[in-house]
Every structure is written in C-alpha cells, then in structure tokens.
Ligand binder design. Structure first.
Ligand code: AMP
Length: 283
C-alpha cells in the first residue's frame, strides 16, 4: 500500500493513475478503523483498479464541545488493517492540505442537514459536506463508498453530488454490526464493557420498530413513542431521538404507506458516549 502523506504526494499518485486510465474508488474515513470501514474498502476494491482510503479527523465537523482532541487514533493498526484488505493507497492529509491559510469556502446542503443529526449537531454536516467536496476534488474518484451506518450523511452526500453535478457515483454499504447487534463505530471504544452490552438495546429497539410496521402499525409518531419508551426502560440508555423517515427523501412521515420503504433512525447516549444507528424497513 502506498502511503500519501501530503496533497502533493496524492497529486503525483493520482496523475500516475490517470495515465494508466485507472478507475479510482475512494473511501473517506476518520481512522481508528474497524470491520465496518473495511467492508467499504472491499467494495471499493471490487469496483476499482485503485482503492484510495483517506484518514483525516476533520475539525470542521466537530463542535467545540465535542471529542475532536480525544477522537481515537491508532495509525499503525489502521495501516496493518488496510494492507490486509489490499487497499492500494492511504491518503493522510495535514490540516493545511485540506484547509489552507485563508480558507473561506463551505458547502452547505441546506435541507437535509437541518434535522435529526443536524438538529443535535448544528455545524456537523456543513463540515462533512465541505471536507468531502475538498477530498473529492483532490482525489477525483470515479466512485466513493459510504456506510449506511451514517444514513443521513450518505443521503446528504448523494444530494450534494447531484446538486453540484459532481461526476461521482455514491455507493452506500450495509451496516456491519457486533455479534450483539451493536453497530460498529470508532466511538464504541469509549464504552465500558457493560455499556457495550447495554447498547445492544439500540438494535433490538430498531428491530422491534420493524416488527410493529410489519404487523401493520402505520402511525409513525406512535411507533416512535413506543420505541423511545422501550429504550428509556433499558439500563444505561438515554435516548435522544427515534424517528421514522421516508427512505427516498429522508423526511419524517406521519402515516406509513404500504409499498414505501422507511428508515428508523435512533440516537442514544450511554454514559458520555453518543451512538447512532438505523434500520431500513421495507413496508
Ligand atoms: P468515520 O470514520 O466514522 O467517518 O466513517 C467512515 C465511513 O465508514 C462512513 O461512510 C461511515 O458511514 C462508515 N461506517 C462507519 N461505521 C460503519 C459500520 N458499522 N458499517 C458500515 N459502514 C460504517
């Protein structure tokens, strides 16, 4: 695997791929990789001549009170894991490579970024869409792979690519879970062993929601209230929101329609750790 430690190194590498006419797949990450990230790299490998992964803990998507400084990092382990899945290149830009002095241009995907995660973390998505745009411009991938784990983020990137005529295919990959159902996340590192077990309630609650819908329940706020109560009753769980959105336009729905697909979104705290998860339900 080639390690690209600067924008200049990336640029030279990308030009060499261009000469070969290589198809480039890109997986943006913030590192501290787990099987969820690696599943995206495998998809990139299957569809590309060269799979490029970036590791960049992006300051603009963290609010001042969030965990930018203590975000988990283990670059040596990340390199080993990426080599095991035959990643072709790892791009690790500096802050200056992404946000040069005098930087002042941001990308804002207005509507989608307002709700759910955007409500809890008001500046988060502006940081995400901005950094992904910059990385897309630097890497010039043919396609990029994102995880369904961050469903709203994936939807936001699809919208951005469409609105800004970026000629990049967005692939959304399924959520990889621990044996107990907990969605894998770099932030799971913050959980104690007990919290990790307790946090499996999130997935069980999502499955319960899917079951209610399957049984014919169609009042979304009512279903969400049942699920919130279920989660509140579980040890250690402090649910922040549970919402049901239409899979196509990512908007909240009142009455669920047969034949439409929905996503149940959940955000819940365990101790100091905030976790998100979701489940696609075919109605
Ligand atoms: P992050 O490093 O948290 O910024 O995540 C990088 C990419 O990995 C994003 O597209 C995430 O949605 C994706 N991802 C994170 N966790 C998982 C998971 N458990 N399963 C699938 N994809 C994931």
């Amino acid at each position: 695997m080639i390690i690209l430690n600067s924008k200049k190194a990336l640029c030279d590498y990308r030009n060499s791929l261009e000469k070969k006419g290589a198809r480039v797949g890109f997986v943006p990450t913030m590192g501290f990789l787990h099987e969820g990230h690696l599943s995206l790299v495998r998809i990139a490998k299957e569809n590309a001549d060269a799979a490029i992964v970036s590791i960049f803990v992006n300051p603009t998507q963290f609010a001042p009170n969030e965990d930018l400084e203590k975000y988990p990092r283990d670059i040596h382990r990340d390199i080993t894991l990426l080599e095991e899945v035959y990643c072709d290149a790892l791009y690790m830009p500096s802050n200056e490579d992404i946000y040069p002095a005098g930087f002042q241009t941001y990308v804002d995907v207005n509507e989608i970024s307002k709700y759910f995660e955007g409500e809890s973390r008001p500046t988060h998505f502006r940081g995400v869409s901005t950094v992904v745009s910059i990385l897309f411009n630097q890497i010039r991938p043919h396609f990029s792979v994102f995880g369904q784990k961050d469903a709203q983020q994936a939807r936001l990137i699809q919208q951005m690519v469409k609105d800004l005529s970026m000629n990049i295919d967005v692939i959304v990959a399924p959520i990889v879970r621990e044996k107990n159902g907990l969605a894998m996340s770099s932030r799971n590192k913050y959980l104690t062993i007990k919290e990790r077990e307790d946090a499996s309630i999130i997935y069980r609650t999502l499955l319960e929601g899917a079951e209610l819908i399957k049984q014919g329940w169609d009042n979304a706020p009512e279903i969400c209230q049942i699920l919130i109560n279920h989660m509140k009753g579980a040890e250690g769980a402090k649910p922040e929101y549970i919402k049901i959105v239409d899979q196509v336009n990512f908007s909240e729905t009142g009455k669920l329609q047969k034949g439409s697909n929905y996503i149940i979104l959940a955000a819940c705290r365990f101790g100091f750790t905030r976790l998100i998860d979701n489940l696609i339900v075919e109605n």
